[in-house]
Design a protein around this ligand. Structure first.
Ligand code: CO
Length: 510
């Protein structure tokens, strides 16, 4: 790392904060994997202690004083006129992170964190009991607090943008709306065509028992071939699959094994390994400074979705791996061949639950959530009306009506924890992944043939060079322009889906 003009003191302080954050991440990972159930209350104290400590170091007068030697604290402009552009951008990021960290008064942080924990607990119970009314007042208060939070951060057009910025820096709701507008109708139509197709896929072989230990081993084998370095990471089990990183040399993924659902663990492992490769590829020499961090949630998700869908659900991938799973699981797959297996892992069927959605309908689940959370934050939709609007939009986009709020508005944890602005980053991941993969296919000679022979490393190397090692040196959309030479658009994603699924479902014209 050339810290050039960043004073040693600032770099040291940032690294110290990052180390505390990473220790916090370790005990959070432990909480989700090995911690005994009874330790929850004390673990919460430990986590909040470390998080307050890191926040204190970031916002105390010493940090401010050091930073003020380098940038104008009001505008973020670099003071030294001879600073090169790279360092200017680094200093801007240091300043922006500092501004965000110090924007919220401690009393507000306390109120918000207290309410978040109550709201989440209430949501868990409300979901179990299908009781939206019990959760409604907590959600109302959460929305009030998030608007207040947005006011502290500041914004130009809508408070939603201030919240979105925490997950997808520089992205705006207006830009997202225009991207989503490009795919809304074509997606709904594609789903309709698939629904009307006389061609059906029998998925039942994948619901037969698949030996759990063999599933685990096979997942590890794929992760290894994808280039996940087990010297610098490991896989464990948890209730919900996730990836966390403490440093590029220590990256953890988790998976969840289900005997009667072969797809579940397999694609969770590929997805999380995609996230993990990004983390393992970040520049170690920049650790502690913003350049050592990933760009955004959306870019992170582009890496997991690229591997999960564009590679892991592709024909070349299974041309290589199918003979191996047929040998591993001869009973459930006795009548399967690579063609019908490929179809089984690519079935499209509108469903009510986002986390179980296929590649085609997934973005529709996100769009309806994005539209509603924007309305809620802008004050154009009341919490009382939310369940009805949810059901209406689900009908409009997916042609389904949730029988209860449990399968509808209460299904996701995000709003109960105040994560407004998070949802759209999942769909952005799809939109970023498509042009990235298209470019990879152009630049890596014979990429499909390579994947077909089990060479997944060529793709990882390319992603590493173009994305991972860059850290946070670019904003998401600028990175896409760097890689592809054109502005981000939803077309590559839509074209990819149309091409793939008209073949799978034998659609004549779409
Ligand atoms: Co993900």
């Amino acid at each position: 790392m050339n810290t050039n003009n960043i004073t040693k003191t600032i770099t040291a302080l940032l690294t110290e904060i990052k180390k505390i954050n990473s220790i916090e991440a370790i005990i959070q990972w432990d909480q989700e994997t090995y911690m005994p159930e009874g330790a929850g209350d004390f673990r919460a104290e430990q986590i909040s202690y470390l998080s307050e400590l890191a926040h204190h170091l970031h916002t105390n007068p010493k940090f401010k004083k050091e930073l003020s030697k380098l940038v104008d604290l009001e505008t973020g402009e670099t003071l030294n006129p001879n600073t090169d552009n790279n360092t200017k951008f680094l200093l801007y990021l240091v300043w922006k992170d500092y501004k965000d960290a110090s924007a919220l008064p401690p009393s507000f942080v306390k109120t918000l964190s207290l309410h978040t924990s109550k709201s989440q607990q209430t949501w868990v119970k409300a979901k179990q009991e299908n009781n939206f009314k019990a959760f409604a007042p907590y959600l109302e208060k959460m929305i009030r607090l998030k608007k207040q939070e947005a006011d502290y951060y500041g914004y130009t057009t809508t408070p939603y943008d201030a919240l979105l910025d925490k997950y997808e820096p520089k992205m705006t709701s207006q830009r997202i709306s225009s991207l989503f507008n490009e795919i809304r109708t074509p997606l709904v139509q594609l789903v309709q065509h698939i629904k009307n197709s006389p061609f059906t896929i029998d998925e039942s072989p994948l619901k037969q028992p698949f030996d759990i230990d063999k599933q685990w081993d096979f997942g590890l084998k794929i992760a290894k071939l994808m280039g996940f370095n087990f010297n610098y990471g490991r896989q464990d089990k948890s209730a919900h699959p996730f990836t966390t990183s403490f440093h590029p040399t220590d990256v953890r993924i988790t998976t969840r094994l289900t005997e009667n659902n072969f797809k579940s663990a397999l694609f969770a492992t590929i997805h999380e390994t995609g996230h993990a490769l990004y983390e393992q590829g970040l520049p170690t020499s920049d650790y502690g400074t913003p350049f050592g961090d990933p760009i955004s949630h959306g870019i992170h998700e582009s890496q997991s979705r690229l591997w999960e869908n564009q590679v892991g659900r592709s024909k070349p991938f299974w041309n290589y791996f199918f003979p191996q799973i047929k040998e591993l699981f001869p009973i459930p797959l006795k009548d399967a061949d690579v063609d019908n297996f490929y179809r089984m892992i690519n079935t499209v069927s509108p469903s009510l639950i986002r986390v179980e959605a296929d590649e085609v309908t997934y973005s529709l689940h996100i769009m309806l959530r994005f539209e509603m959370e924007k309305l809620l934050i802008d004050g154009n939709l009341t919490v009382n009306d939310l369940p009805d609007v949810w059901n209406q939009k689900t009908m409009e986009y997916l042609g389904l009506t949730p029988p209860t709020n449990k399968e509808g508005v209460l299904q996701d944890i995000h709003w109960s924890m105040g994560a407004f602005g998070y949802f759209p980053t999942y769909a952005l991941g799809n939109l970023y992944a498509a042009p990235i993969m298209k470019q990879a296919a152009k630049e890596i000679p014979g990429l499909e043939g390579k994947i077909e022979t089990g060479d997944l490393l060529s793709l990882r190397e390319w992603l590493r060079e173009k994305i991972h090692t860059k850290g946070r040196r670019r904003f998401a959309e600028d990175l896409i322009v760097d890689i592809t030479g054109t502005e981000l658009s939803a077309k590559p994603f839509m074209n990819y889906l149309l091409e793939k699924y008209s073949k799978i479902y034998c659609l004549e014209s779409v």
